[in-house]
Design a protein around this ligand. Structure first.
Ligand code: IPE
Ligand code: IPE
Ligand code: MG
Length: 246
């Protein structure tokens, strides 16, 4: 049976390949990252046009702090300038912005800019755009555990109240649906410490296309691929087809 499944409610993206794209085009890595910002802008516009609910984009991992200081500084600069120049447009498009990750690692200036744009867009009802910065899946689980331990020690909760739902509620994307579709550009088939807990049942799409070349056509290919996946969550095909019929 050829069932077409609904659009993914929550799409998470590892935007990889800016550096290699720059090298291939005889440009500096900095130009690659700038081209990457443009791609994200186009993908967001496409998501707004097609009424997608939520995108969570990996912009900077905790491991990325280990890159040469010059590249890290350049990326931090790019985050501030892009955010400052784009936030009004994002707001006009009814987008709700949200930053996740160990944000305390950033300068006051960047944190203020992030907070301001979250506040400006907090009542918007369109696309929810989560941007992961200084993010690590293991860090996310660790901070959830610490918060739970704290609540147990201060007797706010007891050990038998610790379950999946509680752990989930302490994670960065607590109020959001689990990701339906994961997209990684740039050819690597790995998770790179992204949303480890949240990806438990996500459909994984990998493409060799480098992030700056990932356009709306490539995005719609990924969405199309998703629409043909049968999500069984442990059940049999027959069970799923029955559920879909009724
Ligand atoms: C992704 O592109 C952007 C960030 C990690 C900030 P890369 O910079 O990792 O590009 P490649 O993998 O070197 O091509
Ligand atoms: C993952 O890309 C992080 C982001 C895209 C922000 P990397 O290029 O840093 O991943 P690895 O280190 O090659 O796995
Ligand atoms: Mg990379």
């Amino acid at each position: 049976m050829n069932i077409k499944y609904p659009k993914p409610k929550h799409i998470v993206i590892i935007m990889d390949g800016n550096g290699r794209w720059a090298v291939e085009n005889g440009l500096t890595r900095s130009k690659g990252h700038k081209a990457g910002v443009k791609t994200l802008k186009n993908i967001i516009e496409y998501a707004v046009r097609t009424e997608l609910n939520m995108i969570t984009a990996y912009a900077f991992s905790q491991e990325n702090w280990q890159r040469p200081r010059k590249e890290v500084d350049l990326l931090l600069d790019l985050f501030i300038t892009s955010l400052q120049s784009e936030v009004d447009d994002l707001h006009k498009n009814n987008i709700k912005l949200n930053f996740i990750g160990e944000l305390t690692k950033f300068s006051d200036k960047l944190r203020k800019t992030m907070k301001k744009s979250e506040l400006l867009t907090c009542d918007n009802s369109g696309l929810i755009l989560n941007v992961a910065l200084s993010y690590s899946g293991r860090w996310d689980i660790q901070q959830a555990l610490l918060s739970i331990i704290n609540e147990i020690q201060s007797k706010k909760i007891t050990i038998d109240e610790v379950n999946e739902e509680l752990i989930n509620s302490k994670l960065s994307l607590a109020e959001n649906n689990d990701p339906d579709l994961f997209i990684r550009t740039g050819g690597e088939k790995r998770i790179s410490n992204y949303l480890l807990w949240q990806l438990a049942y996500t459909e994984m799409y990998f493409t060799d296309i480098l992030w700056p070349d990932f356009d709306s056509k490539q995005f719609s290919l990924a969405l199309d691929w998703f629409s043909k996946r049968q999500r069984r969550f442990g059940k049999t095909s027959a069970q799923i087809e029955n559920e879909y019929d009724t």
